[in-house]
Design a protein around this ligand. Structure first.
Ligand SMILES: CC(C)(COP(=O)(O)OP(=O)(O)OC[C@H]1O[C@@H](n2cnc3c(N)ncnc32)[C@H](O)[C@@H]1OP(=O)(O)O)[C@@H](O)C(=O)NCCC(=O)NCCS
Length: 174
């Protein structure tokens, strides 16, 4: 999936170690991380146990950095994780400065299209906290439908976790 992608306003490139500082800086904004780890800053040395696949550092195969075409400015990342069963999971995280401009929907649409037409997935899913209305709206605008609401037990529970997580999906047209 190491392929450059374009949207009308964004250039998406597979992440590289040169993106590390931008990726890390994104995680220092508590509002950006509110629904991911409760807004805790992550230490750069990677010693935080919560640093996992949700904390890309520039070496991942399935994460794209997104930059504005016009300015070259880093706006965030998009990911399409291969689940190994013909399906993939979509993820995204954008800088607060660019929220509300439609970038998440634009990038998500590009990944979904590439996921079906270039990478051969038959189904793409996405999960988010039920209370993450902006993320749910992005998924709905991108053509995803709500599949289920579920509750994950035993994890570090974030405020709002009592409302559960939601899973959305979109399927390749036959
Ligand atoms: C979720 C996120 C990617 C959205 O990015 P974005 O570029 O602002 O998204 P878009 O502009 O494409 O669309 C956002 C939509 O949500 C709506 N929205 C935003 N906040 C909302 C809220 N609190 N309640 C309801 N709708 C909301 C916007 O109005 C817009 O819908 P519209 O176009 O119909 O008006 C961004 O907020 C983000 O990176 N958040 C932190 C990381 C995160 O939560 N990632 C997802 C975790 S699974």
């Amino acid at each position: 999936m190491q392929q450059d992608l374009e949207t009308p306003r964004l250039r998406l490139r597979p992440v590289s170690p040169a993106d590390r500082d931008d990726l890390f800086a994104l995680e220092q904004d508590p509002q950006v991380m509110r629904f991911l780890n409760g807004g805790r800053p992550t230490p750069l040395d990677g010693t935080d146990p919560s640093v996992d696949f949700l904390m890309p550092r520039g070496t991942e195969q399935d994460v794209w950095s997104a930059r504005e075409k016009v300015s070259g400015a880093f706006v965030g990342w998009f990911a399409l994780y291969d689940r190994g069963d013909g399906s993939a999971e979509l993820g995204y995280r954008l800088r607060r400065a660019v929220w509300g401009l439609g970038y998440a929907s634009e990038g998500a649409r590009a990944l979904v299209e590439a996921g079906f037409s270039c990478f051969g997935f038959a189904r793409i899913i996405a999960n988010t906290m039920a209370i993450n209305e902006a993320s749910r709206r992005v998924l709905e605008k991108t053509g995803f439908t709500h599949v289920r609401t579920f509750h994950v037990e035993g994890l570090d529970r974030l405020p709002g976790a009592e409302h559960g997580d939601v899973e959305y999906e979109i399927r390749r047209k036959a």
